[in-house]
Write a protein that binds this ligand. Structure first.
Ligand SMILES: *Cc1c(COP(=O)(O)O)cnc(C)c1O
Length: 402
C-alpha cells in the first residue's frame, strides 16, 4: 500500500484518507490488517460466470469464514452479485448465512452429526448425503416434523473421502428415491487430483455411470456438480454437469496454471499489511531470531514488522519470502516468530521510518506479492494460508462499485 499522501493544502483530508477512514476502518490505529476488496470479488464472480459453458449454475463455496475473508460481508456481496447456491462445511457456517438472509439455498458439504440433524429444518438447509447411515436418520426426522429434507447425494468416484463409493451407490440411490420425505435435489462428486487429467476423466466417467442410471424423471431437475477452482480444465461443453463449485478462484487466487481459468484475469480480493515497528542497526556476525538461522555478513539495518505467524505470516517463509515497503522488496530474514518478523533493510533509503506500511500479500507500486507465491515460499498451499489469517487481524472492507 502506498503511503498516505499529505493532507491537501487547505488541511482537508485527501480522498484517499477519506476512503480509508470511511470505507476501510481506521488503518492508522492497526498494527496489521487484511484488506478485502469486495468489488474485486464481484468482478471475479462475473468473469468466472461468463467463461463457463452455458447454462451453468454457480455454487459459491464460502466455508472457513469465506476462506478467511469474513463470511458476512463476503456472503452479502455475493448475494447482491447473484450466486445460485452457497456451500459451507458445517451447520454453524450455514446458520451464519441463514441468520443474515432467508431464502438463499445453502448446501452443507460436510457430514452432520446426529445431534445436528434438526438444524437442517430449523435453518432450511440442504444436506449432503454420503452414507446409508444418514438416510434413516433424515427420514425419521422428516416424518416427525412432517417436512421434507432436501439433499444432494454425494458419490465417491475416487477421492476416497465423503460420498457413497460409486460401485456401491446403487442401493443408497434406490433407498433415497424410495423415501418420500427426502427430496433429491443434486448429485455430486469431488476430484482428488485435478492436475491428473486421466484420473479426473476416470472419475467423471464413473460418476456419469451413476448419473445415467437414474430414472429420467429424477435427472430432470437435478443439480449435477463436481468441478472446483482447479478442475475446470477438462469440464466439457454439453456434459452432464450443470453446476460448478467455486471457492478459491472467486477470491482471485488461481490454484493451477493449466486450468481453464488461468487465462482469466481474476483479481486478488485479499491483501495483507502490517507496519514497521522498529528499525535497528545490528553488527556484523549477529545471528537473528530463534534458532539463529540467519547471520549478518555486515552491519545492517533490520526492520521489525509488527506481525508474525500469530497473525498471518507463515512460519516457514523466513529466509525465503519478501516484504514490500514503499514499493521496494526486502527479504524476510531469520525465523518468523509469533508476533514479529524481521526484514533486511540493507538496501533501504535512509529516510525509511518506523510506522511505514509493510505489505506481505498484495501490491505496492509496481511490485506485487501473490498469495500463491507466499504459500509456495512457505511450503504450503493457498487454501491453508488463507485459513491461517487469525482473529487478531482485522478485516477492512472496500465496497465501492465501478
Ligand atoms: C472446498 C470445496 C470446494 C471448493 O474448492 P476450491 O478449490 O476452493 O474451488 C468444492 N467442493 C468441495 C466438496 C469442497 O470441499
Amino acid at each position: 500500500m502506498p503511503q498516505d499522501p499529505q493532507n491537501s493544502k487547505n488541511g482537508d483530508p485527501t480522498q484517499e484518507q477519506l476512503d480509508r477512514r470511511l470505507l476501510k476502518g481506521n488503518i492508522d490505529t492497526m498494527r496489521s490488517w487484511a484488506e478485502i476488496d469486495l468489488a474485486a470479488l464481484e468482478r471475479n464472480l462475473n468473469l468466472i460466470r461468463s467463461a463457463l459453458p452455458q447454462p451453468m449454475k454457480y455454487v459459491s463455496v464460502v466455508k472457513a469464514d469465506a476462506y478467511g475473508h469474513g463470511i458476512l460481508p463476503t456472503a452479502a456481496r455475493l448475494m447482491q452479485s447473484g450466486v445460485d447456491l452457497f456451500a459451507v462445511a458445517n451447520i454453524k457456517e450455514a446458520a451464519e448465512i441463514r441468520e443474515m438472509a432467508s431464502g438463499w439455498p445453502i448446501l452443507v458439504l460436510g457430514p452432520l452429526l446426529e445431534e445436528e440433524d434438526s438444524a437442517l429444518l430449523e435453518y432450511d438447509l440442504i444436506a449432503t448425503l454420503s452414507s446409508a447411515s444418514e438416510l434413516p436418520r433424515f427420514a425419521a426426522l422428516a416424518q416427525k416434523r412432517k417436512q421434507k429434507i432436501k439433499i444432494h447425494l454425494k458419490i465417491d468416484s475416487g477421492m476416497g473421502r465423503l460420498g457413497a463409493w460409486w460401485e456401491e451407490a446403487g442401493e443408497l440411490i434406490a433407498q433415497t428415491l424410495a423415501t418420500q420425505e427426502i427430496e433429491l435435489c443434486g448429485l455430486l462428486t469431488h476430484f482428488a487430483d485435478p492436475s491428473d487429467l486421466a484420473f479426473t476423466d476416470l472419475q467423471r466417467s464413473r460418476f456419469q455411470k451413476i448419473h445415467d442410471a437414474l430414472p429420467a424423471v429424477t435427472r430432470e431437475n437435478l443439480m449435477v456438480h463436481a468441478d472446483n477452482s482447479s478442475s475446470l480444465l477438462n469440464l466439457q461443453k454439453d456434459s452432464i454437469f450443470n453446476a460448478v463449485r467455486i471457492g478459491l478462484l472467486q477470491f482471485g487466487v488461481s490454484p493451477q496454471k493449466e486450468s481453464l481459468f488461468s487465462q482469466l484475469q481474476v483479481e486478488p480480493v485479499l491483501s495483507f499489511h502490517s507496519k514497521l515497528a522498529i528499525i535497528k542497526k545490528l553488527p556484523a556476525q549477529t545471528t537473528l531470531s530463534y534458532g539463529r538461522q540467519h547471520q549478518l555478513q555486515r552491519s545492517t539495518n533490520i526492520g521489525i514488522i509488527s506481525a508474525g505467524y500469530g497473525d498471518a505470516i507463515p512460519l516457514h517463509c523466513g529466509n525465503r519470502a519478501d516484504a514490500l515497503i514503499r514499493g521496494n522488496r526486502y527479504p524476510i530474514v531469520g525465523r518468523v516468530t509469533m508476533d514479529q518478523t524481521l526484514v533486511d533493510l540493507t538496501d533501504a533509503p535512509d529516510n525509511l521510518e518506523v510506522g511505514e506500511t509493510v505489505t506481505l500479500i498484495g501490491k505496492q507500486g509496481d511490485q506485487e506479492i501473490l498469495l500463491t507465491k507466499l504459500a509456495e515460499d512457505a511450503d504450503t498451499i493457498p487454501w491453508e494460508l488463507l485459513c491461517s489469517i487469525t482473529k487478531r487481524v482485522p478485516r477492512v472492507y472496500t465496497t465501492n462499485r465501478e
